[in-house]
Design a protein around this ligand. Structure first.
Ligand code: CDP
Length: 224
């Protein structure tokens, strides 16, 4: 058995703007675990491609770029070539770009080991689309975290306004629906709830309640 297999992983997957990133980061903090925002890796890859003039239609070129990226996460910030990228990867356009390149198998393959390297003691909480199905299939706890599309559009709206971006609720709803459909319909690592994942429907939960549920499930899983 590979040594890292003993390090517990909590894999939280779900659709856009479900709040999984917030819940995952808080659960990681409560447990003293590391946190990986896998979506940020796709976002920053697309961002780096645009900056380098690499076509978002060219899977092989994107995979090559993805393999060579100088990426570092520190204190919630993402550093590309040593420079913080800030909110440039948090726009809806950046999310759409990420979703486009994330549908390409060579890009996903190129980013696989980079994601697995985040499995460090004492444990990892991670969020994305395929954390439980592909990247960490042996995760100690798998959660499919979701909320209605209306609620997710509201959450994303508030998040964008707080960051000082313009936002339009109807356009967000439309964009989220389209992105979910693409993420779920793609052949490579589609968004889906695996049979061994707990469903966490958060439309009527506060963030604190959702985090508490994750911790309860993790305690149960660890007791076995
Ligand atoms: O915050 P939001 O959920 O909208 O997006 P994100 O988690 O930052 O992910 C952005 C895009 O990257 C998603 O729409 C997915 O297409 C893709 N992604 C993926 O394919 N696999 C992951 N593990 C994480 C993100």
């Amino acid at each position: 058995m590979h040594a890292s297999a003993a390090i517990p992983v909590i894999a939280i997957d779900g659709p856009s703007a479900s709040g999984k990133g917030t819940v995952a980061a808080l659960a990681a903090r409560a447990l003293g675990f590391h946190y990986l925002d896998s979506g940020a890796i796709y976002r920053v890859t697309a961002f780096a491609a645009r900056r380098a003039g690499v076509s978002l239609e060219d899977p092989q070129a994107l995979a090559g770029l993805a393999r060579g990226l100088d990426l570092r996460f520190d204190g919630g910030e993402v550093y590309l070539d040593g420079q913080p990228v800030g909110d440039a990867i948090r726009t809806e356009e950046a999310g759409r770009d990420a979703s486009r390149i994330a549908a390409m198998p060579p890009v996903r393959e190129a980013l696989l080991e980079r994601q697995r390297a985040f499995r460090q003691a004492p444990g990892l909480v991670t969020d994305g689309r395929d954390m439980g199905s592909v990247v960490f299939p042996d995760a100690a706890l798998k959660i499919f975290l979701t909320a209605t599309c209306e609620e997710r559009a509201n959450r994303r709206y508030k998040q964008l306004i707080e960051k000082g971006f313009d936002a339009n609720l109807a356009a967000l709803f439309q964009d989220l629906s389209e992105r979910d459909a693409r993420d779920a319909a793609r052949a490579a690592a589609p968004l889906r709830q695996t049979a061994d994942a707990h469903l966490l429907e958060t439309s009527d939960l506060t963030i604190g309640q959702a985090v508490e549920q994750v911790l309860v499930w993790f305690r149960e899983a660890s007791a076995h």
